[in-house]
Ligand binder design. Sequence first.
Ligand code: C5P
Length: 218
Amino acid sequence: MIITIDGPAAAGKGTVSAYLAEKYKLAYFDTGMVYRAVGLQMVLTESDVNDEAKAEQVAKELSFPKMMELSKHKDFRSDIGGQAASVVSAHPKVRAALLKMQQNFALNPTFADGTSAKGVVYDGRDTGTVVCPDAELKLFITASTEIRAQRRYKEFVEKGIQTSYEKVLEDMVTRDKRDSSRSAAPLKPAEDAIIIDTSSLNINEVLQKIIPLVEAKL
Ligand code: C5P
């Protein structure tokens, strides 16, 4: 069973994906991590994130253990990591270099402890359109920019990351624009995706909409 959950930042994809993975005993692949890992590695080595050839080389050398190591860095989840990921992910050669790694996960999905899973929940921007076009269930989760910026700001405050709501909103608008307007795999719902707007819904209400869709596919 492959479920893809795509959509813009802070729409609720991560929470929904983790919940579904736990409930239906599926592995979880947060594909934003591969782009964050490449972006952060570029920043840490003082490389220009706009340098496609260099970013492609970093992407080709990326392994799962390296990605997990980078994910512990303080800027992996911060806006520095998010913006760097957004720039490197717009390079077609970087996307091509990271595609197989993402697709291969579905061939032998595993939980964090290494045991095998019967399927995967993919979370990202193009998992229903490019990574797994044959997924059994495709969801596109979205919400208004202001609501998403409020959610992201709250997350940062809870994690002790210093920022302001205005800065988070500005970064979100920039990132949304870059993700939606890039030529390679722009952020858009797959034709057969079910679109869920979470602007006025709490997490329980979102799950009440999604669970029957999953059950129907089981
Ligand atoms: O989801 P997350 O915020 O961690 O993603 C970071 C960035 O990685 C996104 O803004 C997007 O530019 C890029 N990304 C992507 N394709 C994916 C997942 C993430 O282009 N499947």
